[in-house]
Design a protein around this ligand. Structure first.
Ligand code: ATP
Ligand code: PLP
Ligand code: MG
Length: 299
């Protein structure tokens, strides 16, 4: 049987699209059942002027997962994890993962090691050794950004050669697929994305895309979910999986900007943050069959 069932442990926001709200719909559109555990439940993402809500702790995660186990609801094809804020919660995820792998040895763990961006941590720095020593060695696919790749590899990335070295170092920790989701090198008007598969003869795939003059929330989570889905379809082809992922995101971001400046949006969605929420549900057909707009090169 073709098992396409993801356990996704990420943030939930009541309004808007980050974390599980950004990951679930695209995965469902691409044919996956998604069981979402919400690591936090917030009114909205943290880029708004305020937010309210609750945080799930490690024993609450264990409790929910025990419920799944008691009913034999613990057979998944994938575990996907994103933004988490505490050491104990990450350690509990490691226990969940070990159990899931004991039920399905083929389970694929996609780990987005969300820790920070542009030189700063936005989670406690104590999470770094847990990602590095416990979760990343158990992960099959990881999607760090530049800062996270630097922290995990111990290599400061100034140019593409440094990025290759960091990726090699990350492969040595365990994962067979490493994608650095955004690199801002000499020319910051462009974003470089790099991917590699351990042992692949063609080694690295590289993308260069125009950086839009806007700041989005949830794009990292969207990236990890789309990559999971497209790598399922093309398990041996990181280039095609990244092309599908990036083409989808590019189109969705263009639609998001287009919407944010439309008269209706300006009238009814008062803070700019609300107008800039990702336009996912309105663009289902793009997710299902993305136009080929981002082409990667093998290097
Ligand atoms: P995470 O924080 O989850 O580890 P990340 O910080 O790399 O991930 P983003 O910076 O949001 O996540 O990038 C994910 C993808 O979103 C990029 O690969 C790119 O395709 C797209 N993206 C995000 N911001 C922009 C932008 N300003 N212009 C163009 N593309 C963007
Ligand atoms: N989770 C929460 C609680 C957030 O506030 C945000 C972004 O603001 C995210 C996840 C999404 O992070 P990214 O934009 O890196 O995908
Ligand atoms: Mg980010």
């Amino acid at each position: 049987m073709d098992l396409k069932r993801v356990l996704s442990i990420q943030s939930h926001v009541v309004s808007g699209y980050v974390g599980n709200k950004a990951a679930t719909f695209p995965l469902q559109v691409l044919g996956f059942d998604v069981d979402a555990i919400n690591s936090v439940q917030l009114s909205n993402h943290t880029g708004y002027k305020s937010h309210k809500g609750q945080i799930l702790n490690d024993s609450e995660l264990k409790n929910i997962f025990d419920g799944l186990k008691l009913n034999n609801l613990d057979r998944y094809s994938h575990l996907l994890t994103g933004y988490c804020r505490s050491e104990s919660f990450l350690l509990e995820i490691a226990s969940v993962l070990k159990h899931l792998k004991s039920i399905n040895q083929q389970l694929i763990y996609v780990c987005d090691p969300v820790m920070g961006d542009q030189g700063t941590f936005y989670v406690p720095q104590a999470l770094l050794p847990i990602y590095k020593d416990i979760l990343i060695p158990l992960a099959d696919i990881i999607t760090p950004n530049q800062f996270e790749a630097e922290q995990l590899s111990g290599i400061k990335i100034f140019n593409e050669r440094d990025a290759f070295m960091a990726m090699r170092m990350l492969h040595n920790i365990g994962p067979s697929i490493v994608i650095i989701t955004s690199l801002c090198l000499e020319n910051c008007s462009k974003l470089i994305i790099m991917g590699s598969m351990k042992g692949s003869p063609s080694e690295y795939v590289r993308f260069e895309i125009d950086k839009l003059d806007a700041f989005f929330h949830g794009t990292g989570d969207l990236f990890a979910s789309l990559l999971l889905a497209w790598l399922y379809k093309f398990p041996e082809n990181v280039k095609i999986a990244c092309e599908k992922t990036l083409s989808t995101i590019n189109m969705l971001l263009a639609k998001t900007i287009e919407h944010s400046i439309s008269p209706d949006s300006c009238k009814y969605e008062v803070p700019l943050s609300a107008r800039m929420e990702l336009r996912l549900v309105q663009n289902l057909t793009i997710i299902l069959d993305p136009p080929e707009i981002c082409k990667g090169e093998l290097v």
